[in-house]
Design a protein around this ligand. Structure first.
Ligand code: PLP
Length: 432
């Protein structure tokens, strides 16, 4: 199997005349088709909604495209709430799955009518105080709210097949409430006038298996039935959150969203329908799955170096894509124009940071790279640009969009030195 870039060398040679490298470019067609496949996979559930995790790709143009395809936003900070609001996405199209949340952010979420997802039972009092006197009709709390669940322990899946093994450690995770707490929280919220309650859990990240969502769904569905039996409270929605991953390596099988949707459907029919909860809405909060494959970081080879290893120096660095440096993540690389050339060389492809982990690829087999070649770093559409930073005074790149008609527009300009120095304006002359 291989990964094919959604842009060609010829297209990039045109684009760089206006927008120099490095830049992230997104594929509108791919984004829309994938969003439609996502919605189709869950179309058996009338209340289904995907709330795109804004943190993955916080760009208003991207949010608007996804909104046109029926998605909402999942926010977790003031900036993300404002981004959503300014992109025209408000009300129940906004989920606020935050943690360690400042009071003013709960207020902002309530103001735009979003769904507050409480990370802890103590946050009930915190939110009551934050919203005191601010809601209409004398309400104490919004009509619709959610609670985040943490089952504790270790979550495992697919133990029989190493290639699909999933393991994560909810017991060590800071998020969510215990089972006893969440049941208590629902009783309290209900007594405070919250009419539509939901549950949310995020147990494993970047799962590359069709079994994660169905397994998580089963846990949450069973808990929802237990909550109904114990408290009489019937949850209105169940939020499977993020965590459906993508295959970053070209030889790994990709997730099949139709199979994942069917797996959740099966668990729904087995657990919720017999309990009289067949009208429960399913929500998701995917980031990576919605966007990662539909973004490339395009960078130019500007140096080659032959010491104890062979290095290719490029004009992007970890400040533009942190995942390889931070997690040792694999990102596939294509040398544009050399798609079919044999991989005769072994390179470390490196950026300019004064940090030796600034390597997009280590010991990677690639075709011979010449100075001036454009490299496409795949799967940067989520948690790519978004995780950028300014270390070593490196600036944020532009974000471009390849439209469905093959035209290219800029959806965020590159940062300039003036931007970088703006927070020092007026402080240049501090006397010491
Ligand atoms: C990060 C995050 C997501 C999205 O995760 P992906 O791995 O990108 O799918 C969804 N919900 C919450 C609460 C998150 O923190």
């Amino acid at each position: 199997m291989s990964k094919t870039p959604f842009v060609t060398k010829e297209q990039i040679e045109e684009i760089v005349k206006t927008y120099p490298t490095p830049f992230h470019i997104y594929d509108e067609k791919g984004i829309r088709e994938n969003a439609r496949a996502m919605n189709k996979a869950f179309s058996w559930n009338p209340g289904f909604k995907e709330y795109f995790a804004v943190k993955a790709t916080p760009n208003p143009t991207i949010l608007k495209i996804l909104h046109e395809e029926g998605c909402g936003t999942d926010c977790s900070s003031m900036a993300e709430l404002i981004l959503s609001e300014k992109s025209g996405i408000t009300g129940y199209d906004v989920m606020f799955s935050s943690n360690e949340t400042p009071a003013e952010e709960f207020v902002k979420c309530a103001e735009i009518g979003g769904i507050i997802n409480l990370d802890d039972i103590t946050h009930i009092d915190f939110v009551l105080k934050a919203l005191d006197g601010k809601l209409e009709d004398g309400r104490k709390l919004p009509k619709r709210m959610s609670c985040r669940f943490n089952p504790g322990g270790v979550f495992t899946l697919g133990e029989s097949r190493e290639d699909v093994q999933v393991m994560d450690n909810p017991g060590e995770a800071k998020y969510g409430m215990t089972k006893d707490q969440i049941i208590e929280a629902y009783k309290r919220l209900s007594s405070l006038g919250v009419e539509e309650l939901g549950i949310h859990a995020f147990l494993a990240s970047n799962t590359v298996t069709n079994e994660y969502y169905p397994a998580l769904a089963k846990i949450l569905f069973k808990l929802a039935v237990e909550i109904k039996e114990k408290t009489g409270i019937k949850l209105s929605f169940i939020n499977l959150s993020g965590g459906v991953g993508i295959a970053y390596e070209p030889d790994k099988p990709a997730n099949d969203i139709a199979a994942i949707g069917e797996g959740v459907h099966k668990a729904f029919d087995e657990v919720l329908v017999p309990a009289g909860m067949g009208d429960t809405a399913i929500f998701t909060e995917l980031g990576r799955f919605m966007l990662a494959p539909y973004g490339h970081l395009i960078t130019k080879a500007i140096h080659e170096k032959h010491i104890y290893k062979e290095y290719i120096g490029v004009d992007a660095c970890a400040a533009n894509l942190m995942r390889p440096a931070m997690y040792g993540s694999y990102h596939h690389l294509t040398v544009l124009g050399k798609e079919d050339a044999p991989a005769t060389e072994t390179y470390d492809v490196v950026g300019s940071l004064c940090e030796n982990n600034d390597k997009f690829a280590v010991d990677r087999k690639l075709p011979k790279i010449d100075i001036g070649d454009y490299l496409c770093i795949h799967d940067t559409g989520a948690h790519g640009f978004a995780m950028g930073y300014n270390y070593n005074g490196r600036l944020w790149s532009a974000e471009l969009l390849l439209r469905e008609d093959n035209s290219v527009i800029c959806i965020r300009r590159a940062e300039t030195l003036d931007d970088y120095f703006a927070t020092l304006g007026g402080f240049w002359d501090v006397e010491i």
